[in-house]
Design a protein around this ligand. Sequence first.
Ligand code: ADP
Ligand code: MG
Length: 416
Amino acid sequence: MVTLVLTTLVVWRLKTGRLGRAMQAVRDNELAAGTCGINVFATKVIAFGLSAVVGGIGGGFFAGGFQYISPDQFTFGESIVLLTMALLGGVQSPFGSLVGTLVLVILPEWLRFLKEVYLAVYGAAVILIMVFLPDGLWGLMLERTRLRAKPIAGDVPKLPLLTQTGAETQEVVLGVQGLAKHFGGIKALDGIDLAVRRGTVHALIGPNGSGKSTFINVITGLYRPTAGRVMLAGQDITHATPHQRNRAGLARSFQNIRVFRGMTVLENVMVGAERPGNDVAENPALVVERALAALDFVGLRPDAHREVGALSYGHQRYVEIARALAATPHTLLLDEPAAGLNLTEKHELGELLRRLKGHGLTILIIDHDMKLVEQVADHITVLNFGRRIADGLPQMVLKHPDVIAAYLGEPQNVAA
Ligand code: ADP
Ligand code: MG
C-alpha cells in the first residue's frame, strides 16, 4: 500500500510538472514539441525509463508475493485487462488507473451471482463505459469540477514578455545562403539567399507550392537542407536540431495549426515559457505568469483554463503565437497566420504584428493576403518554383514584372 501511494503521488506530480508537460507535448504533437525547445528523443527515453521503473517495482512485488513466476502467467488476455483498467479509469490521471483497477477487480466479484452470464454482463458494461466515457471515470469527475473552475481574475502580470528589445538595425539576424531542399526530383528550394535584419518585418510571398513552408521548415530544423547555410545571430545553425534552434531564439507558428490538444490553453503556452534556458524556466510561478502575459498580449487571457480544442480556429492560431512568444524569442517565423481568419480577426492580426514589431521582435511572415503584407512588411522576398525572383522594398517588389507574372500566371512580357 505504501508503495502504491508513493508511486501514485510521484506519477501525479509528474503530470503537473515541467517534465510531464513535455511528455504530453511530445504525445500530442511531436513536431511542435521540438520547435518549442523540447528534446523529443530525450523525453521519450525518459518516459520509457520511468515506465520501466514502475513496471519493475510491480514485477518485484508480484514475484515476491507469488514466489513463482512463469511466462504463461502473462498472457495476451492479461495485457488487455491492464489496458482496459487504464482506459476505463481514464489515462489522463494516475487516479484514473486506480479507479479503473478497483472497478475491474470488484465488478467481476459482484457479478458472480449471475453465474454463466456474468462475463457477458461484465464485457457489455466495459464497452458501454468506453463508448460513453472516452476520458474514463476519472475524466468524468474532472469534467464536473472543471465546469465549476472560476476564470482567472486580477491584474495583468507585470512580467515582461520580451527580454530582447532592440531598435531596427542593419544587423542580419537570420542569414541564409544558397539554401536548397530537394524531395527526390522536386526542387522545393533551389539556392535561396535571404537576409532578415533585426527589428524588421520581412515578408516571404509567392504562389502556392513555391517553397515558402519548406523554407521555414528547413530554417527551423524540421527538414535537413540539401545544400546551403543558415546563420542565426552570427551562429551557424545549419545542422542544429529544432529544440537547439528554439533555445537560440527562434520561434515559429505552423501553417496547419499544431497545438497540444490534450492540454488547456494555459498549459500550451507554459510549454513555450519553460523551454530550457528561458529566463523564467526554473521557477514554476514565473512560468505561469509569463504564460498569462503572453496570453494577455494576444487577448486570450480569459480563455486560459479552457481546453485548447474548444477555441475557434483563429484563436488556436493565437495560442500558437502566444506559445512562441512565451519563449522570449528574438526572431519569430509565422507561416500564413492569416489563413482561415475572418476579416475582423485579420484586422486584429495586423494590429498584433505591429505591436510585436514595436517591441523590437524580428518577424519573418508568410502570407497570401497582399493587403496585410503591404501594411506590415518592411522588406519582401518573392519565391517562385523554389527560386528567389525578387527581393527588396515593398513598393519596388510588388511592381516587379516577374512578380506580377508569377501571381497572374502569365508569361513575362519584355518590359517597355
Ligand atoms: P508553399 O508553402 O509555398 O505553398 P511548400 O513549401 O509547401 O509550398 O511546397 C513546395 C513544393 O515542395 C511543393 O511542390 C510541394 O509539393 C513540395 N513538398 C513540400 N513538402 C514536401 C515533402 N515533405 N515531400 C515531398 N514534396 C514536398
Ligand atoms: Mg505553405
